[in-house]
Design a protein around this ligand. Structure first.
Ligand code: NI
Ligand code: MN
Length: 230
């Protein structure tokens, strides 16, 4: 499959993916991340903002960036309801297993094994992963999740070009489990996320890349602020 996605990393699990001329921003958490202090939020543009679950380290900058960019926010029903109550009008709700067609392609909400309370304690529904399909590429954004057999559904029925997987452990899968996930999703090109932001998710990144290499897989890690074509 062609390499047609341009990806920019803003730290933690925050990625901007440009496909089909549209900008998809995932899980915006920038301002409170000291590692992303050099990122100018005002420079970020987006057409869609996708929120995997309600935790602060995935949603904190969503309202501000939606207002700034005019982007549609896409998340689960409960999170969308919570965002609407904060005055956001351009929203779209999915729930696990559902999909919708947008102007760049299809977003399917897939299972993530994780919790999802919102920053003020509100109920945040069920944590999601996202499967994105355009005419040129397919990719998977796992959000925060444990390793789960549900990932096999992706591998068995979709040919994805690359996937964003958490690798920091403690709250999510670690590197060892992410390597097993590559077998479930039948995808060898992995972008690592959700690591190094806090003490208990710090990893040896060089070792992680080697561990993937040993299994014949590629772990792509970004500097915060870096853009790569995948
Ligand atoms: Ni979380
Ligand atoms: Mn998280």
């Amino acid at each position: 499959m062609d390499s047609v996605a341009k990806i920019t990393y803003y730290g933690h699990s925050t990625f901007l993916v440009e496909v089909e001329g549209k900008k998809l921003l995932f899980d915006p958490y920038i301002r409170s991340n000291p590692l992303a202090a050099h990122i100018d939020m005002k420079s970020i543009q987006a057409d869609y903002i996708l929120i995997s679950h309600g935790h602060r380290d995935h949603i904190e900058d969503a309202v501000e960036l939606a207002q700034q960019t005019g982007a549609y926010i896409i998340s689960n029903y409960e999170i969308v309801k919570w965002l609407k109550a904060q005055g956001l009008a351009k929203t779209y709700a999915l729930n696990t297993g559902g999909h919708w067609m947008f102007d760049f392609g299809k977003i399917k909400a897939v299972a993530a094994v994780h919790s999802s309370s919102l920053p003020d304690g509100s109920y945040g529904g069920t944590a999601l992963g996202f499967l994105i399909e355009t005419s040129k590429t397919k990719f998977y954004f796992a959000g925060d999740t444990a390793l789960t057999y549900d990932m096999k559904l992706i591998g068995d029925y979709k040919k994805i070009a690359f996937a964003f997987l958490p690798i920091g452990g403690n709250y999510t899968m670690n590197v060892d489990n992410a390597i097993i996930a590559t077998q479930f999703i039948k995808c060898s090109k992995i972008v690592g996320m959700h690591y190094n932001t806090k003490e208990n998710i710090k990893i040896d990144t060089e070792l992680a890349v080697k561990q993937f290499e040993r299994e014949g897989k590629e772990l792509i890690l970004f500097e915060i602020g870096e853009t790569k074509e995948i």
